[in-house]
Write a protein that binds this ligand. Structure first.
Ligand code: HEC
Length: 474
């Protein structure tokens, strides 16, 4: 359970990347003796989700579930994706065997910064994500153009540190990395905003907003947004536990710092979730106060209820940079823990949407916005400590008026997102457009993709629901 003994190998990987500017693969292979073996350990080969009866499921089948509002089938599919993604990959970093999803390339690899644009380097990077996790601040929080909302979002984010590491399965990464055909016989890179801006300007006059879209991702494409928190190597770490908006001091924007139930997480321990002892509670009192957390009820749980990774110095530094939090700082040896994960698959044209969050012990009251119900019996720990909700369509019935509600308590509760707890994934991602980064003004009714003139105009190009592509770096 650690990715740590990679100090040397990470440095070697950097060396590969540095020489990659000339001719990555070859130079690394023929370089000094120590480098190739070390670099091989540091690199992770992305493992695709196995193809079978449960993936990819034919679009007609999934659309049938949607049409019939077959929530059991939809929830069942979310769990089968989770079970498949979290299965051991055969790839290891240090002593830790990675689940399949954690072998996938992250945003820093799939969207290389401009200085790393050399073609051979790109191929090397796309094929082999590094061993070190590179944490990012969730762009979703500072994405809004409304400065007031952005300030509120960042203030809440600064109280309770979380970081993301957006990842793409080999099909999605390959699609974003490959040259894509477009209007005027041109070829475009979906990994570069400079190229996407050219695409945006290249549509022949008269092209309808509907037809101004990037090419669609392949059916087996999967995008994920894992969310990580911090557990200190020693002592008890205070981790707020989602128990629904009514167990928060702010029912409209119930961000983790407002949750009134908290779990004291202990590394190196075992046992079931239980009430915390008086001694345990007093040992964290100062920390709760320093972080301005809303904890009133305390539980205890072992670290093993999470998917957890011990961080090296570089990862701890990356976590601290992504979380901008003064009260809690990560250090080498501390753990990054998986708090939550968004998962999209392109099995249907408007994608499937499911999200998972840490929920050890019982489900939330009212199972809101989802639960652990329907988990496959073969789903082992720690993955069975996560609850899920789904939004395979904007409305609960085809053509209906009732919006599907599905959100992740760690993300869409942010005050930077106006109506996160009464909305869903699809509505917001459907308005991902090149050169127009606004969120939908109104989620009360479904948005007509890609014809609603409020969003889809002749000035923009829709990006197949991918905010990552809409927000590509230069
Ligand atoms: C209010 C808008 C909004 C809502 C609602 C929303 N997202 Fe996102 N999402 C974003 C933005 C912006 C990003 C850009 C990357 C980031 O935040 O780091 C993103 C990123 C992602 C990514 C990474 C790939 C990509 O497209 O950029 C996934 C996967 C994802 N979201 C899934 C979901 C799921 C599943 C839900 C519902 C449970 C959801 N999102 C709800 C705005 C939203």
């Amino acid at each position: 359970m650690n990715r740590r003994d990679i100090g040397l190998t990470a440095a070697a990987a950097m060396a590969v990347l540095a020489v990659g500017g000339c001719d990555g693969a070859k130079t690394a292979g023929g370089g000094e003796k120590a480098t190739p073996a070390a670099a091989a350990t540091a690199a992770v080969t992305p493992v695709p989700l196995p193809v079978g009866p449960n993936f990819p499921v034919p679009a007609a089948t999934i659309n049938g579930w949607v049409a019939n509002n077959d929530t059991a089938a939809i929830q069942g599919h979310a769990w089968s994706l989770w079970q498949a993604m979290t299965a051991p990959s055969g790839q290891s970093v240090g002593q830790q065997q990675l689940p399949i999803w954690d072998t996938w390339a992250d945003a820093t690899t799939v969207f290389p910064q401009p200085q790393a644009q050399n073609a051979s380097l790109k191929t090397e990077a796309a094929a082999k994500p590094g061993a070190d996790r590179r944490f990012q601040s969730p762009a979703q929080f500072h994405h809004t153009k409304d400065a007031r909302l952005r300030a509120l979002a960042m203030a809440a984010h600064a109280k309770f540190p979380i970081a993301v590491d957006v990842k793409f399965d080999p099909q999605a990464a390959g699609f974003i990395g490959a040259p894509q055909s477009g209007p005027g016989g041109g070829t475009y890179s979906y990994a570069s905003s400079a190229s996407l801006t050219k695409l945006n300007a290249a549509w022949p006059a008269g092209t309808t907003p509907q037809n101004r879209g990037i090419n669609e991702f392949p059916v087996q494409a999967i995008e994920t947004k894992p969310v990580f928190g911090l557990v200190k190597a020693s002592g008890l770490t205070v981790q707020p536990l989602w128990q629904g908006p009514s167990a928060s001091t702010n029912a409209t924007h119930p961000t983790p710092d407002t949750w009134m139930t908290c779990v004291l997480v202990q590394p190196g321990a075992s046992g079931a979730v239980r009430a915390a002892t008086t001694a345990e509670i007093s040992s964290v009192a100062a920390s709760v106060q320093a972080q301005h957390l809303a904890c009133k009820t305390y539980l205890w749980a072992p670290l093993s209820t999470f998917y957890a990774d011990q961080m090296n110095a570089a990862e701890a530094q990356s976590f601290n940079a992504a979380t901008e939090n003064g009260a809690v700082q990560a250090a080498a040896g501390d753990y990054s823990v998986l708090l939550a994960m968004h998962v999209n698959t392109k099995e249907i044209p408007f994608w499937t949407w499911q999200t998972f969050w840490w929920q050890p012990g019982g489900d939330t009251p009212n199972n809101f916005p989802g639960s652990k119900q329907g988990q496959p019996s073969g789903l082992g720990a720690p993955w069975n400590n996560y609850a899920a909700c789904t939004a395979y369509a904007q409305t609960t019935t085809s053509g209906g008026a009732t919006m599907t509600v599905c959100f992740n308590p760690y993300l869409e509760t942010s005050p930077g997102i106006p109506v996160g707890v009464t909305s869903n994934c699809v509505s917001c991602h459907g308005v991902a457009l090149i050169g127009n980064a606004s969120y939908p003004a109104d989620y009360k009714k479904p948005i007509a993709f890609f014809t609603d003139p409020n969003y889809f105009t002749t000035l923009t190009t829709h990006t197949d629901f991918s905010w990552a592509v809409a927000d590509a770096p230069p």
